[in-house]
Ligand binder design. Sequence first.
Ligand code: SME
Length: 157
Amino acid sequence: MASTSPAQLAARYDRIHDQLVELFAENEDPIARMATVSALLHHKMPHFFWTGFYQLIAGKLYVGPYQGPLACAVLDGPDGVCWACVKGRESIIVPDVHAYEGHVTCDERSESEIVVPVREPAGNVVAVLDVDSDQPDAFTEVDRAGLEKIVALVLET
Ligand code: SME
């Protein structure tokens, strides 16, 4: 990522967002949209090692569409970054997963992480987008802003 400036990264997020707006005009299904988001982000962002969704179903977080190595299928809580995001209802950037108390390790290669809530129109968090990097401190406010704008498209009608 050293060769990508914050402005270049923001522009890349904008392009992905605009592409998703076009793609979603013909596809309202949330699972299909989550699959499209994870595929596009994962293959366009070199600092993404695992890219995917967990859905809140009957009090547990179940893995949804994702790209990357095999991940934990169910997060029971209460520990972990994904659950902290559900409970806090805000995005979380973890620069060093080893320093995060209660971090749930699905793959030893993950070094840093960002989790963004997926909210219904009423505001309830129904899923999260989780992105792991195999590089420490890989995520910035540019990633947060870009991912929040993209995730808002998933349940938009
Ligand atoms: N690290 C997450 C678990 C999911 S994996 O990173 C794919 C957590 O602490 O909730």
